[in-house]
Ligand binder design. Sequence first.
Ligand SMILES: *Cc1c(COP(=O)(O)O)cnc(C)c1O
Length: 399
Amino acid sequence: MSTPAPSPPRAEIVVDLDAVRHNVATLRDAVGGRALMAVVKADGYGHGMTEVARAAREAGAEWLGVAVMEEALALRAAGDTGRVLTWLAVPGEDYRPAVAAAVDVTAYSVAELDEIRDAARELGTPARVQLKVDTGLSRGGSTEQDWPDLVLAAVEAERSGEVTVTGVWSHFACSDEPDHPANAAQEAVFRWAVELAERSGLTPEVRHLCNSAGALTRPSARFDLVRCGIALYGLSPVPEVSTSAELGLVPAMTVQGRFAMVKEVRAGSGVSYGHSYVTAHDTTLGVVPAGYGDGVPRHASSRAEVLAAGRRRTIAGRVCMDQFVLDLGDSDAQAGDPVVLFGPGDAGEPTAQDWAEACGTISYEIVTRIGGRMQRRYVGKPDSPETPTGLVGSYGEGT
Ligand SMILES: *Cc1c(COP(=O)(O)O)cnc(C)c1O
């Protein structure tokens, strides 16, 4: 039985796994000898968690990092057997599946450590635990004041055989501004916290502080391991300082679609909701079938550019839930012709960083929120060069 030819996608996310592998290699070179954790939380920043994880492993990532335990378990379900760290839970969460799956979990407090110990005791398996210290972000992690108690509780838990402390770590607040004084201050607190842990008898396998920006700009803070998210996807973590190209990174995501309709209208036609754009001349309009229901930010209205009919064009008026409109001037574009919202930028299309600047946000938010009804397709896989994986959906889909 023959499969019907797939209809060309209305709007799609193309993820270049070769770019991911290239970025992992670039980061590994940059941090010379330190372990690399590929951060694949939030569905791989919108690129597909399990697919990106697999590509990152192929390129040598020793660790995967995700925020919550369900993400780690989805990685296990997809066949990943390597080291995985999680770092965000609320009281009462069931740690047993993560402990049983040899996932490293993070404790911010003695109360959290106690919950992890309970799970380990029930399972009869020691839990792998990393301790997080808040060195100045004032988000998760033990305060400096509470750190000695957390360390003592962890020493005790190790003696009881319930846990193995595999790491001590923290997170920067201002690493995207390499000269910000908070970076040095946080590094100093981190050194103090590590020393206290080691003097108390803990022997963490990995000490780590850097995200992508820290890894690339602050060699003194690299310790044993760096946790890279945004750079893995080829986007600059320090856009005010260096472009992704200057850092040797290749953006992995391209978002593109095809005109649902192209038509001629008169001068003075109000375009899209609110008529915030009015045609100056008789002109041609193109309707692009992607909107904020697909993660195209409404803040892109009349601001962000796309590549269509041979050049960059600013979105005409409001982005709607399912669609937006372009003023194509006297172009002879046809319904079905391609429109590139953003991509690596090497064919004249804008980048996710360009979109971030147009929308008043960061590239992280642009790529992570793209999805909805768009198809996701992977290129650059060695086994099957082009793999349609259907609508963007829950973790592990299409694997
Ligand atoms: C998301 C996250 C990272 C990755 O940060 P990037 O800036 O994307 O490299 C690293 N560590 C923690 C704790 C995170 O939550």
